[in-house]
Design a protein around this ligand. Structure first.
Ligand code: BGC
Length: 548
């Protein structure tokens, strides 16, 4: 890139993540849809984001919240179908918003035509998946010892046409999500075609689901107890996966403007992540540590340093996110005793019922965290409802929970539904304007008490979390230019500069005096008389810069 070429939009974007079924219900059936999303596009433009990422909108039996795709070239009728999606892309573009959608290449739904044909015995269709004979007498044992990410074995046995037990197929997630065989050229060709299908419809890029998982180690050897999340596992992160992304990058670059990819890539060894970010592969990868890091200064500093080091090494911008549809919302994470360094999805969810969350404290910290991440170099992803300060809904009745993590754990793990509850837009009781009047109850129950958190209520309040996000997103392009430079600060305070703007985040136990010669331009809570209270963040500009 020459110095006169402007940086592409995505290098510094704020991207808003939408779960279409939980965002807004236009059709009045209790399920969010694209009509609802289209009607709320002005809200997103006003929030100040640059792009919208829509999680899977394809036809799906919804075993895993749409990450079980039955047809990659269509949109679920419940959401309004393909025509609604095309209208949405055009309207978003007219408002200056880019559109990213999810691509789910590791697995299809078991309702996908390919898998149905495979089960019916079509040899060519079977070769697109990972069918293997079982081990042991009569093939009664799974082909290897891999565990599914959702619990239980990674293999399900099929029944042959004559009614006898047949081969097994691999599923890294639920049994309804059979893994594809990415060593099969037909699979590769199919997804190139799918990418083009959506790029031709104006989609600006894709979030790549389980980007590290597509290719498995040849021969599918046993994992010998290795943990998929923390150790090298033969089901993840094989060198051959990079051939896939080199091919995809050529496709993305053949468009004007070039399209982009953001990877969901979990790697056991941090030095493997930059491989996905080579200049002829994916454009960026999510930083996952902020989803679990504890609310403390030292751990946060290490997280930021590691992210910036990866960016420096690869030239890819850091993609920061405080939360998403897979983790406990940050208000609730910060509302309980903080881990020494970091927690995990499982450890956070295990705290439900064991320690009452102090939600007011969690909200105060979440607001400070927002001023921290929106100030960092790179992109910031905002998950729907975090701008309203929503907490995790922890008391969804068992019979209403849908996440396979919940069902497959025998109910021990509450699963991820609590972060996916439909948004509150207005009013003081469910459905809080999520659906039009007369609609059935939203597909996941909303809690009582969200009246003050609705978008309409917060729009009236200049001190609301919504107002804070609007200010931060509105100012960040202007105020957060230049590399991050660490500053000295009192104990417990994380301090850095971006150009002439200085950011202080007080994680410590005491209020601290703010630096002299600077004025607070934005603070996450009251910061009277030159003091930065505990659990508060502030953006500071030199005194002489004009007032806002
Ligand atoms: C998605 C999850 C999903 C899993 C399987 C993850 O990366 O974010 O929501 O359950 O992939 O597709």
């Amino acid at each position: 890139m020459s110095s006169s070429t402007p940086a592409p939009w995505w290098r510094t974007a704020a991207v808003y993540q939408v779960l279409p079924r939980s965002f807004a219900d236009g059709g009045g059936d209790g399920v969010g849809d694209l009509a609802g999303l289209r009607a709320r596009l002005p809200y997103l433009a006003e929030l100040g984001v640059d792009a919208v990422w829509v999680t899977p909108w394809y036809p799906s039996p919804m075993v895993d919240n749409g990450y079980d795709v039955a047809d990659y070239r269509d949109v679920d009728a419940v959401l309004g179908g393909l025509g609604q999606a095309e209208a949405f892309v055009q309207e978003a573009h007219a408002l200056g918003l880019r559109v990213l959608v999810d691509i789910v290449p590791n697995h299809t739904s078991d309702a996908h035509a390919w898998f149905r044909a495979a089960l019916a015995g079509d040899a060519r269709a079977r070769a697109r998946y990972l069918f293997r004979p079982g081990r042991g007498e009569g093939g009664a044992l799974p082909p290897n010892d891999w565990e599914s990410c959702f619990g239980g074995p990674s293999w399900t046995r099929t029944t042959d046409a004559d009614g006898r037990p047949g081969e097994w197929y691999l599923h890294s997630f639920a049994p309804e999500q059979p893994d594809l065989d990415w060593r099969n050229p037909e699979v590769r060709a199919e997804f190139v075609d799918v990418l083009r299908f959506w790029f031709d419809r104006g989609v600006d890029g894709f979030r790549v689901d389980v980007a590290h998982g597509l290719v498995k180690e040849a021969g599918l050897p046993d994992a010998l107890g290795r943990d998929r999340r923390t150790e090298e596992h033969p089901g993840w992160d094989q060198d051959e996966v990079h051939e896939v992304y080199r091919e995809w990058r050529e496709v993305a670059d053949s468009y004007d403007p070039p399209r982009v990819f953001v990877a969901e890539a979990w790697v056991a060894r941090p030095e493997r992540l930059p491989l996905y970010l080579r200049s002829d592969e994916l454009h960026m990868a999510f930083e996952f540590e902020p989803l679990h890091v504890t609310w403390r200064e030292g751990p946060w500093r290490r997280v930021v340093e590691r992210g910036l080091a990866t960016a420096a090494l690869t030239g890819a911008p850091s993609a920061w996110a405080l939360t998403n549809h897979d983790v406990v919302r940050q208000v609730t994470r910060y509302a309980r005793t903080q881990w020494p360094e970091r927690g995990s999805n499982e450890s956070e969810r295990a705290r439900w019922g064991t320690e009452e969350p102090d939600l007011a404290l969690g909200r105060t910290r979440a607001r400070a965290a927002a001023l921290l991440t929106t100030a960092l170099p790179g992109l910031v992803y905002v998950y729907e409802g975090e701008e309203l300060g929503l907490e995790e809904v922890e008391d969804i009745p068992t019979e209403r929970r849908l996440d396979p993590i919940h069902t497959r754990s025998g109910g021990r793990d509450p699963g991820r539904d609590g972060s996916r509850v439909p948004l509150p837009w207005s009013g003081d009781r469910p459905p809080y304007g999520f659906s039009p009047p007369g609609a059935p109850e939203p597909w996941l129950p909303q809690p009582p008490g969200w009246g003050p958190l609705t978008a309409a209520a917060q729009e009236q309040d200049p001190d609301s979390t919504l107002a804070l996000y609007r200010c931060a997103l509105g100012l960040r392009h202007e105020l957060m230019a230049g590399p991050l430079v660490w500053h000295e600060a009192p104990d417990g305070v994380l301090a850095f500069a971006r150009g002439t703007t200085v950011v202080w985040v007080n994680f410590g136990p005491d209020d601290v005096p703010l630096p002299a010669g600077r004025r607070v331009v934005l603070a996450s809570g009251p910061a009277p008389d030159g003091v930065l209270p505990v659990d508060t963040a502030a953006w500071l500009v030199p005194d002489e810069e004009g007032s806002r």
